[in-house]
Design a binder for this molecule. Structure first.
Ligand SMILES: [Zn+2]
Length: 1147
């Protein structure tokens, strides 16, 4: 019998007296924290990161010039200044470094500059080379690598501009209630020439990746244990005095990353699994203004992007994406040399413009047309500079997203949408089809990494799958990494980390693989393919409501007003200027002022940035924003005047100061109605010097007899004129009156509606015709104040608990200002705290619109001298109306939100965004609140509120302090909202009638013309915009009737369906606008389908048939030109407009 036990070759020892290798895992884990920095930094890895460091004046010469005050001079200006020798202070630096000859042996020499704030390094010819971020944050980047040629020369000169702001502008200690400290100082911490020990740095990055693996992965995975034992062993072999210990440590790390991983460089991404779940893309969120003003952002852009271009040279896999055409434009204007470098990288496919918009705008408050312009201006810029439009819309940080966006995104040639902000909500999807109010969808990805400033850690990569909400339908995620908000972008260490993570996943399966070298568009294209064109994905219908930051609909009233009023002014300007550029009765030199209009639009679009329009920036930003709005107003009104000078030659604007006498005895008052609705208005006319004829049209004199009231009737999109008493006081007019008991009881009334103020509160609102009381018994309406003390984020948040502190305010000093019969009003006052609120409540004899059965509206004009802090002023109206949903206008449509608190999702909507109206209706009746500059509304149960003023103190300590002028209106209506005239009334309430005086003896051709563009057959289709085509030439006056003229003249009209239903409309075009072709275009005005033009037999113009689905936005392009000769061919034209007496309109 043979037996093997006598021949054992096994080396497993027979005896064992040792303690064994069992560890206490947590202690080992905790030990890793002692390897870098901290208490042992003089002996651990930190102690060997630099081989040499000098900071003496022989090697480093610094000269400085400090810019005065808060100015940000350009490179050229700064270079003209006198620099003085300095050691350590602020601002512009001329640096000369002398590199010791024996340093030639080292891999790298760096200049380390830490000014404690942000800085930028320039070459001596002014090319920005890279940004510097001083201080001790995770975004610290203080090294500038000395170029090889300079090292060879032994001497290197460059320029540094240090800016007195940290990455977060005026430094803010992170307390979201306290205002930022405007007087913080920075000091220069280092300006050293150093030789980094690159092996030691590489070991540091190895070790950090291992540590992240240990911290991120579950403890029972082999990889996690392997990473921990490897990291522990690296610590064991490390010895400060032994250079080979670093190399040994690096070799050990290959246990996890794989042998020879580093030599593969960027090719590491070509190894391992074919499919990557996580797509890495470098990014840098630069808030266009926030805790810093626009002028600082311009520097941030240059700093951040130059850094990225520099990184691309060393990391070929690095791809970087940035949005906002405005930021590219600033770079182009202010840093042309750097723009050229960026341009090169865009063309080579490493630098990716994204978003297609002018800025990353607020997602709630810009009007529909303004959103169109965000994309139009953005896409046109990107196409003009880089030959390519964007495919992915990009709004990671906007505070809620309107359901109008999907349609506008697709209409602007984009298919995909990236956001992140909704991660603040409990939102059920990561990747989904986002379906807008009209049914248009975009492919939406909301990164499960839950941030657009990921640090590219193992945890970030892992979260891409572990936090994905719908892995059942899609298993890829976008990793958007790089420091942001204040700019910066990816750091070298992030790119190093990702290479190590990828190396690890090439041989391990515990982590999802990450790829690099792709674009965001490619990520979405892959998503589209892998989800069967989105069919496998869940859908989300309607708005992406953010359950935070609800105070931003109200914060900074002046900005909200500037936005709305600028949008309306530019709308009117484009409308009138378009007509002026086509109608040439007297002046053939008028050219549509395209460049000037664009310039104004750019200012409005810029201020719609997602921390400016919401009111969540520092005070300095609002000084700039208000200045921009003032310029838009001044320039816009001047251009409007010029255009009116063509339509109504010699005319002047009617103001209370207009001297009618100087205009002659037969001076005439006319108006232009730019809205698509026939309107009648009560207009106030100064009576001094007015002719007898004019006076005879006045139906009511003001109390001081200096002015009178008359009725102006204006057809849709056309000129209006005054109506004489004989035919004006027809059946539609409802004379108004005021009743009072003299002190605390006032009744404003006409034949349509009646409002009672009793003991300072609105105690009754009656539909006179139906004899229906709309305020529930025992309730009152009026102003109300709330304590507004959010838990966090002062200017951003209003919290639900503010509603528990309602304090109704009573009007005092109520007096009658105007008695009727055309216009009646009472003035009332509230004194509260240090503030005074004056409100004039008025009622006209006209109804809100010309719709049958329309009711009159009560107008509230407020002047508020506001000095409260952390209080919220609203106007409220309890209503005898019941519905589970209220309706709020949104861009190109409306959105309905619950009035109850069934679920947390419903409760969250205690304060919501609305545009020109909010409405509560039930079968048969409803009441709307109209707004001309406020965006915050609420309807809780049967109580409707409009939010008027807040007073946060951070980040702007003086938010909303001072005087405010604003208006709102209350409109009762017969029938449910869907049957009502609320959208039309709100439109009119927002659009001032442009009233003008024509001097005696001037022919009024325009008033004799029919409206050039009228929508017929569908009251739910609104004509929003009339403008000239983007691609027309504006070098010379439009000439579309000279045969053979090559220049194109087009008119672009934008229409939308406003009530949420299908429609077939006819767009009637007046015969004085000779249309040769008509197209449906996208929002970028690319022609899509040609429309059939139906021409009227009797030269009565032409008609286009347009069909709409609910909330559809349609853009129509009309090409103007000489029509084929018809019966009129013998007629010789003296002007481009023929006056046809049959077109004279009459009422
Ligand atoms: Zn932001």
């Amino acid at each position: 019998m043979s037996c093997s036990h006598g021949h054992a070759t096994n080396s497993y020892p027979e005896l064992n007296y040792s303690a064994g290798a069992k560890w206490i895992k947590n202690l080992t884990k905790d030990r890793l924290g002692t390897f870098n920095g901290g208490h042992y930094s003089d002996v651990n890895l930190s102690s060997v990161l630099f081989t040499h460091r000098v900071d003496n004046s022989e090697n480093i010469k610094l000269k400085v010039w400090s810019a005065p005050g808060l100015t940000k001079p350009t490179f050229e200006e700064a270079m003209k200044q006198k620099f003085r020798s300095a050691k350590k202070t602020n601002h512009w630096w001329k640096v000369t470094v002398t590199i010791p000859g024996y340093w030639a042996q080292y891999e790298r020499v760096q200049f380390e500059f830490d000014p404690g704030c942000e800085a930028m390094i320039y070459s001596t010819d002014g090319t920005p080379l890279q940004g510097i971020t001083g201080g001790f944050g995770g975004d610290r980047r203080v090294e500038y690598i000395i170029p090889p040629e300079a090292r060879a020369a032994g001497i290197h000169e460059f320029i540094i501009e240090s800016s007195c702001n940290g990455m977060f502008g005026v430094p803010w200690n992170g307390d979201t209630i306290a205002p930022p400290d405007m007087n913080r100082f920075f000091s220069l911490a280092s300006a050293d020439l150093v030789v980094p020990n690159m092996d030691a740095w590489a070991l540091l990055w190895d070790f950090q990746t291992l540590q992240e693996l240990v911290d991120t992965l579950p403890g029972n995975t082999p990889l996690q244990n392997n990473a921990l034992t490897t990291a522990n062993e690296i610590m064991n072999v490390f010895h400060k005095g032994d250079p080979s210990a670093v190399r040994q440590g690096r070799k050990l790390a290959e246990e996890v990353f794989g042998e020879g991983w580093e030599a593969k460089g960027a090719d590491i991404y070509n190894d391992g699994p074919k499919k990557s779940n996580i797509w890495g893309i470098g990014h840098c969120h630069i808030d266009t203004a926030w805790l810093w003003p626009y002028r600082v952002t311009q520097q941030k852009v240059a700093r951040s992007w130059s850094t990225q271009v520099d990184l691309m040279e060393r990391y070929p896999e690095h791809r970087f994406t940035c949005s906002s055409a405005q930021q590219y434009k600033w770079l182009e204007e202010l840093y042309p040399a750097l723009f050229d470098r960026v341009h090169e990288k865009v063309i080579s496919g490493q630098f990716h413009p994204v978003g297609g918009a002018w800025v990353e705008h607020d997602g709630n408050m810009p009007s529909g047309e303004a959103l169109v312009r965000q994309f139009l201006f953005g896409q046109r810029y990107f196409e003009s500079r880089f030959g390519k439009r964007c495919e992915t819309a990009w709004l990671p940080d906007s505070f809620g997203l309107t359901g109008a966006l999907p349609q506008l995104i697709r209409g602007a040639g984009l298919t995909y949408f990236f956001t992140q902000k909704l991660s603040c909500n409990v939102f059920p999807h990561s990747t989904f089809n986002w379906v807008g109010i009209d049914g248009t969808q975009v492919l939406c990805h909301m990164t499960p990494v839950d941030t657009y400033t990921a640090q590219a850690t193992v945890g970030d990569v892992n979260k891409g799958l572990t936090n994905h909400k719908n892995l059942e339908s899609s298993d890829t995620a976008l990793l958007v990494f790089g420091n942001g908000d204040g700019g910066g972008g990816p750091l070298a260490k992030m790119l190093e980390n990702l290479r190590r993570i990828r190396a690890t996943t090439n041989t391990h399966r515990e982590l999802p693989p990450v790829n690099m070298g792709h674009s965001v568009d490619e990520f979405f294209e892959d998503l589209e393919k892998s989800t069967d064109e989105g069919k496998k994905l869940p859908n989300w219908h309607g708005e992406l409501y953010l359950e935070f930051h609800r105070g931003t609909y109200t914060s900074h009233g002046s900005i909200k007003k500037g936005n709305r009023h600028s949008e309306i002014l530019l709308r009117d300007l484009e409308h009138i200027a378009t007509l002026a550029s086509l109608y040439k009765f007297h002046n053939k030199d008028y050219i549509y002022p395209k460049a000037e209009i664009d310039e104004s639009w750019e200012k409005v679009l810029l201020n719609q940035f997602h921390d400016v329009l919401p009111g969540s920036a520092i005070g300095m930003v609002y000084d700039d924003a208000e200045k921009l709005y003032a310029e838009v107003k001044q320039d816009g009104e001047a251009l409007l005047e010029e255009a009116f000078g063509i339509l109504f030659p010699g005319s002047v604007r009617l103001t209370p100061k207009t001297k009618l006498k100087s205009l002659g005895s037969s001076a005439k008052i006319v108006a232009y109605n730019t809205t698509p609705f026939t309107r009648w208005d009560v207009v106030k006319i100064p009576l001094y010097g007015a002719s007898a004829g004019l006076k005879s049209q006045v139906l009511q004199a003001s109390d001081d007899s200096k002015a009178g009231y008359a009725i102006m009737q204006s057809p849709a999109g056309s000129a209006g004129c005054l109506h004489t008493p004989s035919n004006a006081l027809h059946a539609h007019l409802k004379p108004v009156s005021v009743y009072t008991n003299g002190s605390d009881h006032f009744v404003l009334r006409n034949g349509s509606v009646q409002l009672t103020i009793s003991q300072g509160r609105i105690s009754s609102l009656i539909d006179v015709k139906l004899d229906r009381e709309l305020i529930p018994e025992g309730s009152t309406g009026g102003l109300v104040i709330f304590q507004d003390r959010p838990n966090y984020w002062d200017a951003w948040d209003v919290e639900i608990h503010h509603l528990e502190t309602a304090e109704p305010l009573a009007f005092t000093n109520v007096s009658v200002v105007s008695q009727g019969p055309l216009h009646a009003s009472v003035r009332a006052q509230v004194k509260y705290g240090q503030s005074t609120i004056d409100v004039t409540i008025s009622l006209d004899a006209t109804t809100a619109t010309v719709k049958d059965n329309s009711r009159s509206l009560f107008n509230f004009d407020a002047i508020v001298d506001w000095h409260q802090r952390h209080e919220f002023l609203k106007f409220e109206l309890p209503l005898n109306i019941h519905n589970d949903n209220a309706t709020y206008e949104t861009q190109f449509g409306y959105v309905q939100r619950p009035t109850h608190k069934n679920t947390t999702w419903d409760i969250a909507k205690f304060e919501v965004c609305g545009h020109k109206y909010a409405d509560l209706s039930e079968f048969g009746y409803g009441v709307a609140i109209l707004s001309e500059s406020k965006y915050g509304f609420a309807c809780q149960g049967n109580v409707m509120r409009i939010s008027l003023l807040r007073a946060a103190t951070a980040p702007d300590a003086e938010q909303d302090q001072g005087e405010h002028h604003f208006s709102w209106a209350v409109l009762p209506h017969v029938g449910h909202f869907l049957e009502s005239d609320v959208p039309m009334a709100a439109y009119l309430f927002n659009s001032p009638l442009r009233v003008r005086c024509l001097p005696s003896g001037v022919s009024d051709i325009v008033s004799s013309l029919k409206s050039p563009f009228v929508v017929e057959g569908a009251r739910n289709v609104f004509l929003e915009t009339i403008k000239r085509g983007e691609n027309d030439s504006f070098d010379a006056p439009a000439d579309f009737e000279t045969e053979g003229n090559k220049s194109t003249t087009t008119v672009v009209l934008r229409l939308y369906e406003a009530f949420g239903g299908h429609a077939t409309a006819h767009l009637r075009i007046g015969n004085h606008v000779s249309v040769t072709k008509a197209f449906i275009t996208n929002l970028l005005e690319d022609e899509e389908d040609e429309l059939n033009i139906v021409r009227a037999e009797d030269n009565g113009g032409s008609t286009l048939k347009l069909t709409f689905r609910a909330f559809e936005v349609k853009t129509v392009k009309l090409v103007l030109g000489a029509l084929p000769k018809t019966s009129t061919k013998k007629e010789r034209r003296t002007s481009w407009v023929k006056v046809d007496q049959t077109q004279m309109f009459s009422f």
